[in-house]
Every structure is written in structure tokens, then in C-alpha cells.
Design a binder for this molecule. Structure first.
Ligand SMILES: CC(C)(COP(=O)(O)OP(=O)(O)OC[C@H]1O[C@@H](n2cnc3c(N)ncnc32)[C@H](O)[C@@H]1OP(=O)(O)O)[C@@H](O)C(=O)NCCC(=O)NCCS
Length: 318
């Protein structure tokens, strides 16, 4: 296809000075194939490959109103959506249900006239102020125009956890990446009253020394541990197992994985904090060889009241 386009444009590959490519959101396979091809071509030609958000590119429609909603069907009743106001993003790219998308638009535009651009506008076109524009793809000219030539690089923008997870019949622990931030946030929300967002997990996982490990039961993510290792010290930032998967040794396996991984990164001691009244966690940590080393007064302040934190630590074997 690319060769055909080049032939129609009467251009040769050596005429190219940069490649612009959309980075999603979109289907995993489409994104991977597209990005791998664009990057490979850039590498072979020795020219930069620059990523452009597909929703930003869709929103670049000269005939649209100043307030714009770019939207793509994300399957299973959800949409990839981003709002723009006079050419600037008015929200991040998000994956929302149709109901959440309607709220987001009304919160931001409050009934003022706006254009809905994209193939996924169904379910939004009856909103006050909406003018639907059925546009199936971003305009390649706009993609080229938006390409950040001063900032080469094209990282895929995944807004959905992967559907394909390893099928195992027993418990298996695997390293989690920032792409699984939504899975981690969902597991965390089932275990704690104070929730952490997917963005919180993404930010943590992109910071130095932080790693997460997911435990799968029958191929379904059922628990995780988040750790940070700096020089010869490591800490458990959080640990959670789904209520229906508890007392089957998942947390123990996660802690063992965290200890081995921290030791292999050079850590000699593993630390953690635990609420003084969290008896299951205290029992778990004591059994895993952690000992109390201190107490932080009134450390946890939240919907569950004020509680001290116990500081616990254990040495990691040589
Ligand atoms: C604490 C938590 C992670 C334990 O997960 P889990 O997978 O059920 O733990 P395991 O099955 O690996 O348990 C290992 C050992 O911990 C102890 N333990 C775990 N849950 C316990 C409970 N409810 N009561 C007493 N001891 C418990 C036991 O010694 C257990 O061994 P055993 O089952 O052979 O008796 C889980 O209850 C949870 O997610 N809680 C909410 C979130 C949380 O408090 N996280 C820790 C924050 S610091």
C-alpha cells in the first residue's frame, strides 16, 4: 500500500525526510503492526518517525466548529474520546462508556454547539449542541502537519488492558507493565477504600526502580504487588488480592516474587508499612519473615478513620 501511495505521489523513498504515524488509541494489533512498520521504515531510511495521537488528528477538521469531540468506537459499549477547544486539547484521550462520555461532554461544553468527529459518534449525536460529522479516518495531511518533528519517537497509546492474557491452570506470577495500569487500579479498588487511579499506577510504573507483579489464577489477574527498589533498599508500595481469590497463597507468591526481584536488583532489605489493625496483612508479613521495626503515629487518615502504621522489614538473603 505504501509503495502504491509513493508511486501515485511520484516520490521515491529517498525523498522522505520524516515519517508521521498515528499512535492510537486503537486496536492492539493495528497499532503494533502500524507502528512497527513506520519505525522499521524510519530506521531503514535513517529518518525520524514521529507519533501523532489519532484523536488529535481526527479533530483537525477545518470545517468543524471550534469546540470538538473526536471519538472512536472502542468496542464493548465504550468509546475512545478526547475533547478540543479552539485547537487545544480540553481533556486527555480517554476510554469511557457512552454514559460517561455524555457526562464529560456536558461538563465541558454545557450545551454550547460542538462538532462530533469520527466513526464512533453513535450514542452522542442527540446531545444538546451536537453536530455530528461522520469521518472514518484522520486526514493524512493533518497527520503530517501535526507531526512533532522536533520530538521524534512514537510510543503506542493503549487505553485498554490487553485481552490476551496467559492461559494457565495454576497460579502464575508475571511482571506487569504500564499498559496494565487499568487492571492494577481495578484490583486495588477491590481491596482498598482509598482508590488509586490507572494514571497513578502508570506514573508510578514509569518512575525509577518501580515494578509490579501480577498473579493470575486460571489466566485471570487476581492480585498484584507494587515495589520500589533504590540502591540496596526496596519497599512494598502496595499489595492486594481479589476477595474471592484470598487464602490460596497468592499474596505469599507475590511477596516471594517481589523479594527475588528486589534482591536481583541489588536490594538487601525489603521494607513495608501496614495499618496496625490489618490483621490478615500482619499475619501474612510475619509469616513471610518481616519483623516490626517502628511505628508511624496516625499515618493512615481516611474514610476508615485514623490508624498508626507499623513499619516492617526483612533482610533479603545473599
Ligand atoms: C492481605 C492480603 C494481600 C492477603 O492475600 P492472600 O492471597 O489471601 O494471602 P495468602 O493466601 O498468600 O496468605 C498467606 C498467609 O498469610 C496469612 N493470612 C492471610 N490472610 C489471612 C487472614 N484473613 N487471617 C489470618 N491470616 C491470614 C496466613 O498466615 C496465610 O497462610 P495460610 O493461609 O497458610 O494460613 C489480602 O487479604 C488483601 O488483599 N487484603 C486487602 C489489601 C491489603 O490489606 N493489603 C496489604 C496492605 S499492606
Amino acid at each position: 500500500m505504501v509503495q502504491q501511495v509513493m508511486a501515485r505521489g511520484e516520490a521515491s523513498f529517498s525523498d522522505l525526510s520524516a515519517i508521521a504515524v498515528t499512535v492510537g488509541p486503537g486496536s492492539f494489533t493495528g497499532l503494533r503492526v502500524g507502528l512497527a512498520f513506520a519505525k522499521g521504515l524510519g530506521l531503514a531510511l535513517g529518518i525520524p518517525c514521529c507519533g501523532v495521537g489519532v484523536l488529535a488528528a481526527l479533530a483537525e477538521a477545518p470545517e468543524a466548529l471550534p469546540r470538538r469531540v473526536a471519538v472512536i468506537d472502542a468496542g464493548r459499549g465504550s468509546l475512545f474520546i478526547q475533547l478540543f477547544e479552539t485547537a487545544a486539547p480540553a481533556s486527555p484521550p480517554e476510554r469511557l462508556t457512552i454514559a460517561e462520555s455524555r457526562i464529560r461532554i456536558m461538563q465541558r461544553f454545557g450545551g454550547a454547539a460542538f462538532s462530533i468527529i469520527g466513526p464512533g459518534e453513535a450514542g452522542l449525536a442527540d446531545l444538546a449542541g451536537a453536530e455530528a460529522m461522520d469521518r472514518r479516518f484522520p486526514d493524512p495531511v493533518q497527520i503530517a502537519r501535526l507531526a512533532p518533528l522536533d520530538r521524534p519517537g512514537a510510543q503506542p497509546l493503549y487505553l485498554r488492558p490487553p485481552d490476551a492474557i496467559p492461559k494457565v491452570t495454576t497460579t502464575e506470577v508475571a511482571t506487569a507493565s504500564a499498559a496494565q495500569a487499568e487492571v492494577l487500579a481495578a484490583l486495588h479498588a477491590e481491596a482498598f477504600l482509598e482508590t488509586w487511579s490507572a494514571q497513578d499506577f502508570r506514573t508510578l510504573l514509569e518512575s525509577p526502580g518501580v515494578a509490579a507483579y501480577l498473579a493470575f489464577r486460571e489466566g485471570v489477574a487476581a492480585g498484584f504487588v507494587l515495589t520500589r527498589a533504590i540502591l540496596d533498599e526496596a519497599e512494598i508500595l502496595t499489595l492486594a488480592v481479589q476477595p474471592e481469590a484470598r487464602r490460596r497463597g497468592l499474596a505469599r507468591q507475590l511477596i516471594e516474587t517481589a523479594m527475588t526481584a528486589a534482591a536481583s536488583r541489588g536490594a538487601r532489605r525489603l521494607w513495608l508499612e501496614v495499618a496496625e489493625d490489618n490483621l490478615p496483612a500482619l499475619a501474612l508479613y510475619r509469616r513471610a519473615g518481616f519483623r516490626e521495626t517502628g511505628r508511624r503515629r496516625a499515618y493512615y487518615v481516611g474514610v476508615a478513620g485514623v490508624r498508626d502504621a507499623l513499619v516492617m522489614a526483612r533482610d533479603l538473603g545473599a
